[in-house]
Each structure stands twice: as structure tokens, then as C-alpha cells.
Design a protein around this ligand. Structure first.
Ligand code: SF4
Ligand code: MG
Length: 329
């Protein structure tokens, strides 16, 4: 069964390893300081479900989720509070996640206040946080509607940074923004990560962004990892047909290379995650399954494929993991 682990506080190991997301059959994806692990999939692929399970905000569909080395079900209130302080979330839509009736200063200071900081200490910290995200101290007196989308996302980031977390969960942090302002926010995030020694769990459906920002990637389908590993390795040698299809939908900068490549096409939308599955969950949309003969198909219909290693830092869950040149021009 599926086991996701996130041992945030495993003593000495914590110094280097901020978290470990998702262990299936002994495969761990570590998030290290200064690194970004991306969780990718199309919308409806269960990225948020996987995220909520990892964060202990929803019961896992199968197996157990661990936080602080303890099963989420057994966490004490105090342990939950410790985790909340070390992990902060930045949401996709900054307007929906910022209270329009609060000043920016109050919004940014709120997590600090919730941790018991007094008004004076909070007021001292807010200008510094605003400058860290490229805004001005005077902005503390204003309200969210007075800012652009990109600025509002910077406010959300400042708020998340206020309690000095170790891990930032970035849930589609730039997908609600104009393309012209996305790069500014992504650069800011890269700089903050290096300067503050943060680690990121970056949830996104945008593979071009993931390629630029992530060190490692976990491709999610219906809330489960189907392929994972180092970004360059997975993007250059994808083994799972779902990853291949996602990658072949990313336009290539060179139009001649674009014409030469063979697209891997998916049919249909992801089924409801509540549907019970036997065998491979991807079967109904799988272009490889579609061309298998009856004898070969049987294993896809009866056995859920486990994640198996294909390279040093590369695993995929498919019974027919064919290498395909989907992005090379
Ligand atoms: Fe497709 Fe079968 Fe691989 Fe699933 S196990 S992705 S159905 S080929
Ligand atoms: Mg989502």
C-alpha cells in the first residue's frame, strides 16, 4: 500500500533533510534545504489531494501519512502546532487568500501573532518582511485591493515567511498571474530560497515552469505518484506514458524540432478520484495500453504497477515503461 512520510523532526537528520514526501515500496523523495520538489499533473490529477495528505490536512486514501515521524492520526495538538510553524503555504489566488478588510501589515503579521508575538514585535518585523519580497515598508498601511496580482502574491509570500518556516508549500503560486509578472515572482522565490535556506514543495501543472524552478519532480495522477526523480533525468527520459503525454504538450522553442517530434496524446479527462480502480489507474487514458494486445493488457487490468527504478534518481510506475524520445528535437 501507499505510505507517505514527512518526518519533519527526525533529530539530527533534520539538519539536512527538511522533509521526506511519499514513500512507496521503499522509495523516498527527500526535500532538502535549498531544493525544490515539484508535484506536477494536469488539473484534476489529484495534486491538491496528494498535498493535503502530505500536510496532514486530509486522511490518506491508502496507507498512512507520517508527520514528525508519527502517524497523523496520532499527532498531539502540540505536534500539529509545531508542524504548522515550520511549514507554510502560499496559495494560487492571492486575492482569495488575503482578507480584503485587513491592512497588509496585519495580514503579514497574523501568523506571528497566532504564535504569540506581541504587537510591538510584530510591527518591527513587518517592514523587514515587506522589503524581503521587494515591497516597501509604507505598504503595510494599505489594503490588498490597492495592489497588482504580482504584488499581492508577494504579500502572500511575506506572510508565509513571517514565522521563519523551513518548508514553503507553493500551490500553483504563479498560475493566476500574467505571464509578464510570473518571472518576477519566480525569481523572487529562487532568491529567497537560497538566502534563507528554505525548501519548496512546488505544486504546478506548468511543466515549463517546473523545468526552470525544480530540482526534483513527482508526477501525480489521481493523487498517486506515477513517475519521479531528478528533473533533467525525468524530462529527458520520461518512462511513464502520462509523463510523456504531459511533456509532449509543452511547445518546443524550435519550430523545426516541434514538427519532427511525435506527440503522445491522451484521451478524456481524469476520472473522479473517488472511483475504485483495479489494475493501473491510468489505463482508460493510456496510449500504450490502447495498442497492447489482449495478452499483454491483462497485467494492466489486474495489477497496479509499483514504482520501479530506471536510473539512479528516477522511478516510474508502469508495466510497459518504454523509453520514448518525446522532447528531444
Ligand atoms: Fe499504461 Fe499499462 Fe503502463 Fe498503466 S501499466 S501506464 S495502462 S501501459
Ligand atoms: Mg489544485
Amino acid at each position: 500500500g501507499l505510505v507517505k512520510t514527512f518526518p519533519l523532526m527526525k533529530g539530527a537528520a533534520f539538519k539536512r533533510r527538511v522533509g521526506s514526501v511519499h514513500a512507496v515500496d521503499g522509495v523516498d523523495l527527500d526535500i532538502r534545504r535549498g531544493e525544490t520538489l515539484a508535484l506536477v499533473g494536469e488539473s484534476g490529477s489529484g495534486k491538491s489531494t496528494a498535498l493535503f495528505e502530505i500536510m496532514g490536512m486530509a486522511a490518506p486514501e491508502g496507507g498512512t501519512v507520517e508527520l514528525l515521524g508519527t502517524s497523523v492520526a496520532a499527532l498531539t495538538k502540540r505536534q500539529v502546532k509545531q508542524v504548522r510553524g515550520r511549514v507554510q503555504i502560499v496559495f494560487q489566488d492571492p486575492m482569495a487568500s488575503l482578507d480584503p478588510r485587513m491592512t497588509v501589515g496585519d495580514i503579514i503579521g497574523e501568523p506571528l501573532r497566532a504564535q504569540g508575538a506581541d504587537r510591538a514585535a510584530t510591527a518591527r518585523r513587518v517592514p523587514e518582511l515587506l522589503r524581503q519580497v521587494g515591497l516597501e515598508a509604507a505598504h503595510a498601511e494599505r489594503f490588498p485591493h490597492e495592489f497588482s496580482g504580482g504584488q499581492r502574491q508577494r504579500i502572500g509570500i511575506a506572510r508565509a515567511l513571517s514565522v521563519e518556516p523551513d518548508l514553503l508549500v507553493l500551490d500553483e503560486p504563479v498560475s493566476a498571474l500574467d505571464v509578464s509578472v510570473q518571472a518576477g515572482v519566480l525569481n523572487l522565490l529562487q532568491g529567497l530560497k537560497a538566502r534563507l535556506g528554505l525548501a519548496y514543495l512546488f505544486v504546478s501543472h506548468d511543466l515549463s515552469v517546473v523545468r526552470n524552478i525544480a530540482d526534483r519532480v513527482s508526477v501525480v495522477y489521481l493523487g498517486r505518484t506515477v513517475e519521479a526523480g531528478e528533473v533533467a533525468e525525468v524530462f529527458e527520459r520520461p518512462r511513464h506514458p502520462y509523463t510523456q503525454a504531459l511533456l509532449s504538450a509543452v511547445p518546443l522553442p524550435d519550430p523545426a524540432a516541434e514538427r519532427r517530434r511525435t506527440p503522445v496524446l491522451l484521451t478524456g479527462d481524469p476520472p473522479s478520484p473517488t472511483v475504485r480502480h483495479t489494475g493501473c489507474r491510468f489505463r482508460g487514458r493510456c496510449p500504450v495500453y490502447a495498442v497492447l494486445d489482449g495478452g499483454e493488457r491483462q497485467v494492466c487490468e489486474t495489477e497496479a504497477p509499483a514504482l520501479r527504478p530506471h536510473a539512479e534518481d528516477h522511478v516510474a510506475a508502469c508495466h510497459f515503461p518504454r523509453a520514448r524520445d518525446v522532447i528531444a528535437g
